[in-house]
Design a protein around this ligand. Structure first.
Ligand SMILES: Cc1ncc(COP(=O)(O)O)c(C=O)c1O
Length: 386
């Protein structure tokens, strides 16, 4: 007898994970001592947590503290550091009651979506997008409404696109800097979108996980632009702590208690030891800024090297550590193009179909958060590959 299988079971894979597996297999098949696969598919810093965060975690482990559950909204001392972070980076006073610690940004999405939306609601977002937005919304029975964005709007949504939606959506997800295009909503653009959302009664969810990694423009937080927006952030990128699984939300007042109750039921709390480490990461500015300087150098190198290697149409690379390349003149099958690049020059990259189901075959994403020497070598290998 076949038993019922739920809606969530049809969530598509996050394809980059399959690319990572293919790159691992390719590396394992290479003769030892030969040139290694260059990893430009992964979106995680190779650096690990900053030294101060590791030291704090080690001290907590040695102390014999029980490190049990924390309150669902997180350790008060970490929430206080996040309040200070908003004051220091954005000159903004965020009441501590509105800060919730989560299991990475990933853990923040279901909390935010469940608190803000109902099954059947419509939530808009620009394509290309970070695939889990659509996959989580769909698993929750919420309908994603895709706004196809291109180079003319730096792959970002605009108020004009939102105004064309009839009826207006129930929510909007934005990301700045974004994954995969590495582009931003400039402060005045985010302000216009936040004002439109407030005027139209649309709940804005702003993914700010790549704040701190921006190279050409100032960055604005939606927390300063709307009392109704939900801000999602994390220690995974700027703070270089992916595997520690800790992030945060800045919530509007009406969603604080709903998110607290959902968090109590779904996760109880983010990992205690990670919260201790995250708190100390705020004192590691010099080390973290050195990482940013490294990304900046890799970015400049690739912005020079990739066009010379035949990747002339690149996204503006304003932030994060991604370059989105239009390969339309070389292929109409980005999965096959990436597979061939891996097989022939040993460079792993991510096919655009992960991020844009209709147009993704003409794009690939390069990530430049790997070692600087690898980025130089990648440009070199690609120059001799056509
Ligand atoms: C845009 C974006 N949001 C959220 C996440 C998830 O991050 P976390 O490790 O905090 O769950 C990622 C991870 O790559 C991302 O690129």
């Amino acid at each position: 007898m076949a038993l019922k299988i739920g809606r969530g079971a049809s969530a598509p894979p996050f394809l980059v994970m399959d690319v990572i597996a293919a790159a691992n297999a390719r590396q394992a098949a290479l003769p030892p001592g030969g040139p290694a696969v260059i990893r430009m598919e992964v979106g995680q810093p190779g650096t690990g947590a900053p030294a101060g965060a590791l030291a704090a975690a080690a001290a907590a482990l040695r102390s014999g503290e029980p490190l049990g559950y924390t309150e669902a909204l997180g350790r008060r001392s970490l929430r206080e550091r996040i309040v200070a972070h908003y004051r220091d980076w954005y000159g903004l006073v965020v009441p501590i009651e509105r800060v919730a610690i989560t299991v990475g940004a990933s853990g923040g999405f279901p909390l935010a979506f469940l608190a803000a939306f109902d099954p059947g609601d419509r939530v808009a977002l620009a394509a290309p997008f970070y695939p889990p937005y659509v996959n989580i919304l769909t698993a929750l029975g919420i309908q994603p409404v895709i706004l196809e964005a291109g180079p003319d709007t730096r792959f970002q949504p605009t108020v004009a696109m939102l105004e064309r939606l009839d009826p207006p959506p129930d929510g909007l997800v934005v990301a700045s800097p974004c994954n995969p295009a590495g582009t931003m909503l400039h402060p005045e653009e985010l302000a216009a979108i936040a004002a439109w959302c407030d005027g139209a009664g649309v709940r804005l969810i702003s993914d700010e996980i790549y704040h701190g990694l921006h190279y050409t423009s100032a960055v604005a937080t939606a927390a300063a632009l709307s009392q109704h927006a939900v801000v999602v952030n994390s220690f995974s990128k700027y703070f270089s702590m992916t595997g520690w699984r800790v992030g945060w939300l800045v919530l509007p007042e009406d969603l604080v208690r709903p998110v607290e109750c959902l968090a109590q039921n779904l996760f109880i709390s983010a990992p205690h030891i990670s919260q201790v480490a995250a708190e100390a990461a705020f004192d590691c500015g010099a080390e973290l800024q050195a990482n940013v300087a490294r990304y900046r150098r890799a970015r400049e190198l690739l912005l020079r090297g990739l066009p010379e290697a035949g990747f002339a149409r690149l996204s503006p690379a304003e932030g994060a550590f991604y370059l989105f390349a239009d390969i339309g003149e070389r292929s109409n099958d980005s999965v096959q193009f990436c597979a061939r690049m891996l097989a022939e020059v040993g460079i792993a990259s991510t096919p655009g179909v992960d991020f844009d189901r209709r147009r993704g075959n003409r794009f690939i994403r390069f990530s430049y958060c790997g070692p600087e020497a690898d980025m130089a070598e990648a440009a070199e290998r690609l120059r001799s590959w056509r």
